[in-house]
Write a protein that binds this ligand. Structure first.
Ligand code: ADP
Ligand code: MG
Length: 291
């Protein structure tokens, strides 16, 4: 390859807010056939707001429940965590992270921690299994993300949060299609939340897979690779294994977790998915100059 063409392309990409960690990745980018996207924080902004919050235990006041959840979530960097902490503040409930011990994060599921001598679990349906609890009550909010709170062997609360798509995602997916690529969404969120996003994108994604744990994302990347070189775009700790197993891992610069950035080959400094079709065009052009 001609080093000059490669260098120019890397520089041009960087000026556009796309950090490519080496010329080799530019060459692979030119050959990409499939682009898989994470949902939360990648296709969507990851700026959730709480739309409902209910205590389902007669012994626990809603304020007390919000205090526990907000305090434990204040230790998490997940996009949903900030919404739950803010929800506490808007109800005049101040989270006390210093009162939380044994904090644990379960990527793709939720978190747990001890507060006021109580072991609390917060997360999706998968958390019920981890907490050895049954789900007895859940909010019905079509397309929103539903959360559950558990204490001991009981569910004690349920809440719903909503997020919105980033601008330009539908257009980017259209452009990728125009370049002859297939697109997919791999999410740890529920099927209904995933389908709402697919609808908002005009059903533009070729494949949608929901309820995935980090290792399930890896499994689907391996599956997609059968169709050709595959790129994975993600922001979260839960995406890191999939980013590493893709031919090209692309992380969301500013909004993403440090682990995702470290594991990726390309970082989108601007969080703009629209830069991906641009970069593929640039990579293909550079390749023609090289050969
Ligand atoms: P995605 O793959 O779409 O980025 P994640 O794997 O990050 O989604 O999260 C999957 C699901 O796990 C979330 O939709 C949420 O229900 C649950 N979850 C993850 N982290 C948390 C947290 N800190 N608090 C509550 N729920 C969480
Ligand atoms: Mg994510």
């Amino acid at each position: 390859s001609t080093p000059v063409a490669t260098f120019c392309a890397l520089t041009k990409a960087a000026t556009n807010g796309l950090l490519i960690k080496g010329g080799d990745y530019l060459e692979i980018l030119a050959k990409i056939k499939v682009v898989a996207f994470d949902k939360t924080g990648t296709i969507t902004r990851g700026e959730f707001s709480v739309t409902d919050f209910q205590s389902i235990s007669q012994n626990i006041s809603l304020d007390n429940l919000i205090y526990w959840v907000a305090s434990i979530e204040s230790k998490s960097s997940h996009p949903m965590a900030a919404a739950l902490v803010d929800y506490g503040s808007s109800n005049s409930i101040k989270p006390q992270p210093e009162n939380v011990t044994e904090y644990q994060n379960f990527p793709g599921e939720g978190i747990s921690g001890e507060i006021d001598g109580k072991k609390i679990y917060v997360g999706n349906k998968k958390m019920a299994t981890r907490a050895r609890c049954e789900i007895v009550s859940e909010l019905k909010k079509e397309g929103q993300t539903i959360g559950y709170v558990f204490l001991d062997d009981m569910q004690i609360g349920t809440f719903s949060v909503a997020d919105t798509c980033r601008t330009g995602v539908a257009e980017a997916i259209k452009q990728l299609k125009g370049l002859g690529l297939k697109t997919a969404m791999l999410t740890g969120d529920s099927h209904s939340a995933a389908m709402r996003v697919q609808d908002q994108l005009g059903k533009g994604l070729d494949f949608v897979h929901a309820d995935l744990l980090p290792q399930d994302k890896v499994k689907f990347i391996k599956e997609l690779k059968k169709q050709g070189p595959t790129a994975m775009v993600g922001d979260g700790v839960n995406d890191a294994p999939a980013l590493a197993s893709a031919d090209i891992g692309i992380s969301m610069g500013i909004a993403g977790s440090a682990l995702a950035t470290e594991t990726s080959h390309i970082t989108l400094m601007s969080n703009d998915i629209g830069k991906i079709p641009q970069a593929i065009r640039l990579a293909r052009k550079t390749r023609r100059k090289i050969i």
